[in-house]
Design a protein around this ligand. Structure first.
Ligand code: PLP
Length: 434
């Protein structure tokens, strides 16, 4: 019988994360202090981030052990299943083999707890009492709320205003695990008040919400800030996703020819793909890696590769990345988690060096793909993940034309149970591309 679901035992779960910084042929361009344009010193980041996370951000170690307390919490839902999408293959009539890694099985419904748990843990170790953060669609806020709850840390979430009102149940989930959440821009910060005065009707953006969360962390002792994506340590923590898939593929006769992930800040894409890129760099494999982003916020496909701020108030260090400009406010598309002006420096470098491809899709076609997937595989995908599904379907249809039996892996970064208002709009024909 052919596999439908490839599972690992708890004791087969990887016990380390993979750090691609150790394998880059040349070092990644360092984050710069915007005033001096000199590389940032670790001590400059300490008011904002836990020391261990700063260390991981710059670490030259290839493998970093996952502490036992983190493994114990991961085990609540990990290892996550790898599925073979037999029914989707049949609907498409493709000779390709389609696999997907199901990160929707975490309590928060996405891959984000993989790094949230780690960040809350290291902050707890260093005595942090409160963590502030931003959230776009609410997935990161709920993942961090879950994680802070486990380590008795207070958590405050600035949620992008358009999502706060579009996704009221994500807000409830954030409250359920004990964090507080307010719409951003908010009157609680200097930057929020300034934006509200200038643009009273703004949808908000991740860039604005990040500025607010950092402002609060910078002004208060024992308060730190956590970022759900973009930074090297978030990509590092997500590599458990790709490392698990490699162990799972060992239980099959297959190995992916193509690995696909949707890209907002780049963390789930990095997580699923970096272990395959490690093998590509080592000359063992020649796996194609594809990043998929929304046409409405196309940093990798249309942005410039340059130093830019991570937030709108220009409080973060300068990061070398593909960016649409830190002042860019993306349209309120339904894939809220992909509305970010930049992309992770690691992912950006891989795209710039031709080690990763990038493409974009409009939102109507990604909802078409989401519905095809839900009606074959059953799972209702997050609109973000539907970008990866659309790309996997396109690649599988190419195989149908050429008769190639390629193996395609994509990351199902999360489920869409809190996105039903968007699905309703799609079914009523009100969902447009802009
Ligand atoms: C946040 C999120 C994304 C985008 O973030 P990345 O850091 O690019 O992975 C994608 N899918 C889901 C389900 C998300 O919650």
């Amino acid at each position: 019988m052919e596999h439908t679901k490839i599972l690992l035992d708890e004791n087969e779960m990887p016990t380390h994360w993979y750090n691609i910084l150790a394998d880059f042929p040349e070092p990644l361009a360092p984050p710069l202090n915007p005033a001096t344009r000199e590389p940032i010193k670790p001590s400059e980041l300490e008011p904002i981030f836990a020391k261990e996370l700063i260390k991981q951000e710059m670490s030259p170690e290839r493998y970093i052990d996952i502490p036992q307390e983190i493994l114990e919490i991961y085990k609540l839902w990990r290892p996550s299943p790898l599925h073979r999408a037999h029914r989707l293959e049949k609907v498409l009539g493709t000779p390709a083999k389609i696999y997907y890694k199901d990160e929707s099985v975490s309590p928060a419904g996405s891959h984000k707890p993989n790094t949230a748990i780690a960040q809350a843990y290291y902050n707890m170790k260093e005595g942090t009492e409160k963590i502030t953060t931003e959230t776009g669609a609410g997935q990161w806020g709920s993942a961090l709320s879950l994680s802070c709850n486990y380590f008795d840390i207070e958590c405050k979430v600035f949620m992008v205003r358009s999502s706060f009102y579009q996704k009221p149940y994500r807000k409830s989930l954030i409250n359920l695990w004990g964090a507080s959440v307010i719409p951003s821009p908010s009157p609680e910060t200097q930057f929020g008040r300034m934006i509200l005065e200038k643009y009273p009707d703004t949808n908000g953006s991740l860039g604005i919400a990040i500025s607010e969360a950092i402002e609060v962390a910078a002004l208060n002792d024992n308060t730190k800030y956590a970022l759900g994506s973009v930074l090297n340590h978030t990509c590092l923590h997500q590599t458990i996703v790709g490392l698990e898939t490699q162990k799972q593929f060992e239980k099959t006769e297959d190995y992916p020819d193509i690995v696909i992930g949707c890209c907002g800040g780049g963390s789930n894409l990095a997580g699923v793909s970096l272990p395959y890129i490690r093998d590509n760099i080592a000359g063992k494999t020649d796996t194609r890696i594809i990043a998929v982003e929304p046409s409405a916020c196309p940093s990798l496909t249309e942005g410039r590769f340059d130093y830019d701020f991570g937030d709108m108030a220009q409080m973060t260090p300068l990061l070398k990345m593909y960016t649409l400009g830190s002042e860019f406010i993306p349209p309120a598309i339904h894939a809220g988690g992909l509305r970010y002006h930049g992309a992770s420096p690691i992912v950006s470098k891989l795209v710039a060096d031709g080690m990763m491809e990038a493409r974009s899709y409009h939102q109507v076609e990604i909802f078409d793909a989401a519905v095809t997937f839900a009606r074959s595989e059953g799972i209702a995908p997050a609109p973000e993940s539907a970008h990866a599904i659309k790309c996997a379907i396109d690649e599988a249809l190419k195989c149908k034309e050429t008769g190639e039996e390629k193996t395609i892996l994509f990351n199902l970064s999360g489920h869409g149970h809190f996105d039903m208002a968007s699905y309703d709009m799609y079914f009523s024909g009100k969902l447009t591309n802009e």
